[in-house]
Design a protein around this ligand. Structure first.
Ligand code: HMG
Length: 382
């Protein structure tokens, strides 16, 4: 039985900041941001958006009443949780109007957990092929104003339906996960911004990619020629390039150059949104599927998922006939956003609910999103 991604949708905030403007404001050569880091724009998060509103908006784009009634389980993967106990999946299930006889849970392991969610969903569908699992990866990547990580922030959500006989990508069985207890990036309970050992984190990422890919090769006997494209977790787009070049070395043949071209296609959307944490690999996949000219049904795509702390997984999927029809148009979504100035971005950055325990009502006059965080009352989000 084929099991995999039946359809996918992406949602982000309506605002973005231009990174050339941010570079000038921070006294940095803009080429460092656009070439050295590989980012052009970054999603800006108004206080009226959080992972629940973003996750629900992404899922709403792919649901029809018929699809909704087959959902047995909602898994939300995030490291930007809004509560230490209650799962964001329960709020999202209500906002989507799903049946109360639905299992709901939130999962965490930095940027990696959506991949665990996908593998667990595959197991559930293997047991009960008539069921569909909704996996949502939703995050807000925050490092702090004027820090080295600032240029690698971002926000958004990717929602995926995992089912039997999928229309988009069938998951293959061999998959390699690898984990080690290390401190490359983390966020203590008292912090609203991540702490990071930036250079170390990039080295661990490459190391985990090479380890999982090499083991995958040993287990399957497959080589680079067996892939039409490799996609990567994309905390900033240069990171995907570092991962691929770490594998290709000085190879300059047709296979290597083709993989380089496909990587460029997979980077285009992340360049304009920034790091989505859990959703980042899946936005790279959507970017590849919507921008590559060379994909056909039956193509094998490799996916490298990485989450700090740290855990990596390399797995593969086979593209289905007519896959183009089962995603929302991300370029259009991005074209509809409004640019904000660096001053407006900084104001929004500092107006988040964060650790605030007071009643608050946000001005949502300018937020035309499907779902809106109105504020907080009696310690409950509205
Ligand atoms: P930095 O110290 O600001 O930057 O930190 P740099 O000095 O290393 O420069 C970056 C690149 O720009 C370099 O290229 C420079 O040469 C180049 P590289 O050597 O890397 O190829 N550069 C220029 N290029 C053109 N023109 C110029 C110019 N100047 C410099 N004028 C860093 C960069 C990424 C470390 C920082 O932004 C950071 O700490 N980011 C957050 C951590 C991160 O994203 N790590 C990625 C791996 S870990 C991961 O993926 C997990 C994560 O998503 C979290 C999770 O799992 O939850 C982060």
């Amino acid at each position: 039985m084929r099991i995999g991604i039946d359809r996918m949708a992406f949602a982000t905030t309506n605002e973005y900041v231009d990174l050339v403007e941010l570079a000038k404001e921070r006294g940095v050569d803009p080429n460092k941001f656009t070439i050295g880091i590989g980012q052009d724009q970054q999603a800006v998060v108004p206080p009226t958006q959080d992972i629940v509103t973003l996750g629900a908006a992404a899922a709403q784009k792919l649901l029809t009443p018929d699809l909704a009634k087959n959902i047995s389980t909602v898994i939300v993967a995030t490291e930007s949780g809004i509560d230490n106990s209650k799962a964001s999946a329960i709020y999202i299930k209500r906002l989507l109007g799903l049946n109360d006889f639905t299992r709901t849970v939130e999962m965490k392991e930095a940027c990696y957990s959506a991949t665990a969610g996908m593998q667990f969903a595959k197991g559930l569908v293997a047991l009960n092929p008539q069921e569909t699992v909704l996996v949502i990866a939703a995050d807000i990547a925050r490092y702090g104003l004027n820090t080295p990580g600032e240029v690698t922030q971002g926000a958004g959500a990717v929602a995926m339906l995992i089912s039997s006989n999928p229309h988009l990508l069938s998951l293959e069985d061999t998959t390699v996960a690898y984990s080690q207890d290390i401190m490359d990036f983390w966020r203590p309970l008292y912090a609203t911004e991540a702490l990071v050992d930036g250079k170390y984190s990039t080295n661990v990422y490459i190391d985990f990619f090479l380890r999982t890919f090499n083991r995958y090769q040993q287990l399957t006997g497959r080589g680079l020629e067996d892939f039409v494209a490799l996609t990567f977790h994309m905390p900033f787009t240069k990171m995907g390039k570092k991962g691929l070049e770490g594998l290709l070395g000085d190879r300059n043949d047709e296979t290597a150059n083709h993989l380089r071209d496909e990587l460029t296609a997979s980077q285009l959307f992340s360049r304009k949104v920034g790091n989505l944490y859990t959703g980042s690999l899946y936005l790279s996949l959507m970017s590849l599927l919507q921008n590559s000219k060379d994909l056909t049904a039956g193509s094998r795509i490799g996916l490298f998922s990485y989450g700090s702390g740290a855990e990596g997984e390399f797995y593969t999927g086979i593209l289905e006939e007519g896959y183009q029809k089962y995603m929302n148009d991300v370029a259009q979504e991005l074209a509809n956003r409004q640019q904000v100035s660096v001053a407006q971005y900084e104001k929004m950055f500092n107006s988040q609910l964060g650790m605030n325990d007071k009643d608050i009502e946000f001005d949502d006059a300018n937020d035309h999103s499907t779902f809106i965080l109105k504020g907080q009352k009696n310690h409950q989000r509205i």
